[in-house]
Write a protein that binds this ligand. Sequence first.
Ligand SMILES: [Zn+2]
Length: 454
Amino acid sequence: MTGSGTVVLEDCHVATVDAAGSEYPAGHLVAEQGRIVAAGPGPAPPEYAAAGRIRGPGLLVTPGLVNTHHHLYQWITRGYATDDTLFGWLTTLYPLWARLGTDLLADAAAANLAWLALTGCTTSSDHHYVFPAGAGDLLEAEIHAARRVGLRFHPSRGSMNLGASAGGLPPDSVVESHDAVLAACQDAIDRWHDPSPGAMTRIALAPCSPFSVTAELMRDCAALARDKGVRLHTHLAETRDEAQFCRERFGRTPAEYIEDLGWLGPDVWLAHCVHLSGAAIGRIAATGTGVAHCPTSNGRLGSGIAPVRALLDAGAPVGLGVDGSASNESGRMIGELHQALLAARYAGGPLALTARDCLRMATMGGARCLGRDADLGSLEPGKLADIAVWRADDLAGAGIADPVCTLVFGAPRLEHLFVGGQPVVADGELRTADPAGLAVAAARASARIAGQPT
Ligand SMILES: [Zn+2]
């Protein structure tokens, strides 16, 4: 199948997601030394005749999926507050999250990242914002988990510094001081951020939300990120409750508030953006600000349906995210394409999104949000060999007329996953870790964070 770092795929339906949307129904894709060297119709070039290969037909090849919003630690707090709003759900969960430590996060992150890999994700961001006092080096714990599973990883050093005693939503037990956050952000960048084109780890700064962070910290994180050349991420305009909070506290909409703080720009991507005015959509697009669309989480919490068609039409970069697993128990990256399609059509009719729109958001759109579109997001010579191979001819998919339709409308099964040309999933099985062992560890960690004896 592969030898000396060479990957040859042949007689597959190759959906490149290049600028023209090129697809090769019986095409090839070749990668060497971590990067794609050939993609096109027909057999692989003759110089690769001696290499082992993966052959279709019945296989669909796409760029690896990019997850633009997540909270990995939540894998061990799934199934709580299942019928509540965002604010009610958060208030239920904050006391559990206050027990987080490095061991618990390591188990949660490894299980969660393994599941992301098995559902087609090659690059995941993470927004970690819960740093209880004395919890240990949580960022290091999740970076080590990502290296173990083998995914490309963009952790953001999140933060909360507006506790309940100061008018914020979270209890004081899970917030940090302004100065401690800035020092930790600086340290995270210095220790972990890799600006190189093939980076496996990149840091972003991500104060959590308007209702858990002060305006001063938002401004100072933006200044630090821009000084260091890293990206900015936060939650915005997720619910009507948040809009009411911003109106009462700042006299602004969430989008107006964040623009006042210097938080719109091509180095920023925002999670959710469900409740936006037409003017806000225009400002987000005009500034090149990215949006992480999380339709399953928005549905799970009853938050609403984001105006994705309008954002795309205005030219905003839009990616997809599974969001934290406590508000998306399924955590399936490929499922987010299906959900995005349905959510857009519930609101906007059958033309609101196409299957190929969803595939583009989950790949190039995500790469743009993370600032990686020069190296990720499409299958073109020169790009990193982050590749998902899906089975389209099994019991679930056989006979569906269009392979990309199988991927988004149907129930596809991942066959192979490569990150930088390295196999992470092969023949449908995770090759970097033992899923059964990860599940046992996650169950034990779930009991511990719930305060149960183990
Ligand atoms: Zn989130």
